[in-house]
Design a protein around this ligand. Sequence first.
Ligand SMILES: C[S@@+](CC[C@H](N)C(=O)[O-])C[C@H]1O[C@@H](n2cnc3c(N)ncnc32)[C@H](O)[C@@H]1O
Ligand code: SF4
Length: 377
Amino acid sequence: MNELGIYVHWPYCAAICPYCDFNVYRARGASNAPLLDAVEADLAAHAERYTQRNAQSLFLGGGTPSLLRGEEVARLIDGARRTFGLAAGCEITLEANPEDAALFAEQAAAGVNRFSIGAQAFDDEALKALGRRHDSASALRAIEAAATTGQRVSLDLIYAREGQSGEAWRAELEQALKLPVEHVSLYQLTIEAETAFARRVARGQLTPPDQEAAATLYELTQEVCEAAGFTAYEISNHARGPAAQARHNLIYWRSGDWIGVGPGAHGRVTHDGARIALEAQRRPADYIDAVRENGVGWITEARLSGEEAADELLIMGLRTHEGVDVERFAALRGRPFNAEAVAWLEQQGFIVHDGARIRLTQAGRLIANTIAAELGV
Ligand SMILES: C[S@@+](CC[C@H](N)C(=O)[O-])C[C@H]1O[C@@H](n2cnc3c(N)ncnc32)[C@H](O)[C@@H]1O
Ligand code: SF4
């Protein structure tokens, strides 16, 4: 039986960052109660319709769920416990912005056992350019505050920023890896359509590094992390040993099952032998209305074809260092990988095929999407 994860999307943020295209809304001080009620009811609806088995992970993501007080976080955790049940040792992650550090102790007391802190940079100029409301010193204080709770700590950084040199990134990353964290997510800045950054790029006011410069920074990132004992286990994620890997994200990358609740959340569940894809109403008010009126938050509920499920297994699995299970892929798709494409990609040094699994090499990781397309035909 697949592992089960639960994702709760909390869509509110104190301010909207100019690079972000997640489903986010400015927090305006309104009561959180209607959305908390809707999430709880939606959890119950999912459990009733799909499964009541225990979850191995609960991820409170956003948006900025660290805006929630301890008792509100406790409501979400209790909601998941009552409806699905949380397995012993369940990973309970909270995505946290550094400005909310004063709440970490009460959030840990409510049951959070892993903080994922959006530090983004340890360079005050860069933080300003990213439109962040915190500076390096408060990011450091937040990491200290999270570590003091005794829970697991991960941090997010964005690199390949405008004007960022290799030497500056090396120094920044080496400093970050000395902090009391067991896991880092290191994302290349992506210019997402319809964000303020995309408009600046179009006007010539922002010039992110080109693909070649970004690839050089990616390789440098791998080298610095490896030297500091943070092993890459996915394209952007590094952990100090297997126990520190993000269990929740591994569920996505291994095409496990997860329930997604909250505005715009996606879910995937295996039900009656099929893989079901669910997606919730995006706008918070519509989501709350949907749950009130229909008893469920999702607006789409579709059975994936074997081909679609195989595509997802491939695209997500190639992101990981463990790679894609060849037999599982063939069973889903109804035919094996194209042997010629596999042989050619292996010969070019982009993949390794050991009979049971296909993995990307370092060179392959730089063109992961192209390789997925080659293998998916
Ligand atoms: C959904 S955000 C939530 C995190 C939290 N609200 C914060 O801002 O710290 C998760 C992570 O995605 C990354 N991210 C968001 N937009 C990005 C972009 N355009 N390019 C690269 N990374 C991005 C950031 O590192 C961020 O910490
Ligand atoms: S990066 Fe984080 S704080 Fe900024 S808008 Fe996106 S989710 Fe909100």
